[in-house]
Write a protein that binds this ligand. Structure first.
Ligand SMILES: [Zn+2]
Length: 132
């Protein structure tokens, strides 16, 4: 149920931004999820659709992109991508990440754990507050 609480945070952020900017309609929400964040993008999208019901974001096009991780190894200086195991157990147990070059454990994750709202496309209310 991690995805539900993440979706609730995203929903809160989107609706707050929409209220602040007097948005009439949220048309599109672009979200980036790091592959190491352990969130299932389909689940996040599913929950967002539920949470956006009866809000200005109802029916918005929700796009969830996964961002490949980037790591740094203190031992050999490797910097770059890492293979994320696609084992279903991965979503329950975080595997120990090892350097693809020297096999050292304890990699520093530079990117891949974060979740960001990349972009919002909205329709603004017309000046004067006239609703079509
Ligand atoms: Zn290394």
């Amino acid at each position: 149920m991690h995805e539900l609480s993440l979706a609730m945070q995203i929903q809160g952020t989107v609706l707050k931004a929409a209220a602040e900017h007097e948005v009439q309609d949220v048309v599109e929400v672009d979200i980036e999820i790091g592959e190491l964040s352990l969130f299932n993008p389909d689940q996040v999208e599913f929950w967002l659709r539920q949470l956006f019901r009866d809000t200005v974001a109802e029916g918005a096009d929700i796009r969830v992109a996964t961002i490949p991780p980037k790591v740094k190894c203190d031992q050999c200086g490797y910097e770059g991508a890492i293979e994320v195991p696609s084992d279903p157990g991965f979503h329950i147990f975080m595997p120990a990440l090892r350097c693809p070059r020297c096999d050292a454990p304890g990699l520093e994750v530079e990117r891949g754990r974060e979740v960001t709202i990349k972009n919002l496309r909205v329709h603004k209310a017309p000046p004067g507050g006239a609703h079509a």
